[in-house]
Design a protein around this ligand. Structure first.
Ligand code: CO
Length: 200
């Protein structure tokens, strides 16, 4: 139980520090959230959304799953997307993958990990689709390139959801972006696959 006690102690200290540096911090957050961004990222513990882009609580709406996938049958991801776009009216959706992603690697190497193999299946379609480009790369470069291609595919998937299409058809300003984060140096690379609609 020591580990959990540590977490609660960390929490108490964090809340105190926040209050002493900004006495209105929690009062402001209780009022409402109005984030301008939706982050769709990997569950990987090394890729924390808020810290990477330096945003405080209340500033970014976050959905994470293994290998940052947007699947049209995933009620969880679609519900987050719908709420973010229709209710919170975020202006930007950012799919952020990361180099060396274990989920992408498992799909690429056809590892058998269990149920998650089914979740990761669409990455194999992406890999197959780009097989000629990927075949010319060594193992590490192939994994990193597939991490990028996977993000680009999720941007496309987002743009084909009824939620994004409907937002654009009513001229709601909304952009969808694809980024990849490097655990090696902490930097984000823009893949330049952004799509814009509405008055964005
Ligand atoms: Co990952």
């Amino acid at each position: 139980m020591k580990e959990l006690r540590d977490l609660l102690e960390n929490n108490r200290r964090w809340a105190e520090n926040k209050k002493s540096s900004d006495p209105e911090f929690f009062t402001r957050l209780v009022e409402q959230q109005s984030p301008a961004y939706l982050w769709i990222g990997c569950s990987d513990s090394r890729v924390p959304a808020n810290q990477i882009v330096g945003l405080a609580p209340g500033e970014i709406f976050v959905h994470r799953n293994v290998a940052n996938l947007v699947q049209h049958s995933d009620m969880n991801c679609l519900s987050v997307l719908q709420f973010a776009v229709d209710v919170l009216k975020v202006r930007h959706i950012i799919v952020t993958g990361h180099y060396g992603c274990g989920g992408v690697r498992a799909a690429m190497e056809e590892q058998r990990l269990g149920l998650v193999d089914n979740w990761l299946r669409p990455i194999q379609h992406t890999s197959h689709h780009h097989r000629h480009e990927l075949a010319g790369l060594d193992d590490n470069a192939r994994l990193d390139r597939l991490c990028e291609l996977n993000v680009a595919q999720q941007v496309k998937n987002l743009c084909n959801t009824t939620i994004v299409l409907d937002a654009w058809s009513r001229n709601q300003p909304l952009s969808v972006h694809g980024w990849v984060y490097s655990i090696r140096d902490g930097l984000v690379r823009n893949l330049n696959v952004s799509r814009h609609g509405g008055e964005a």
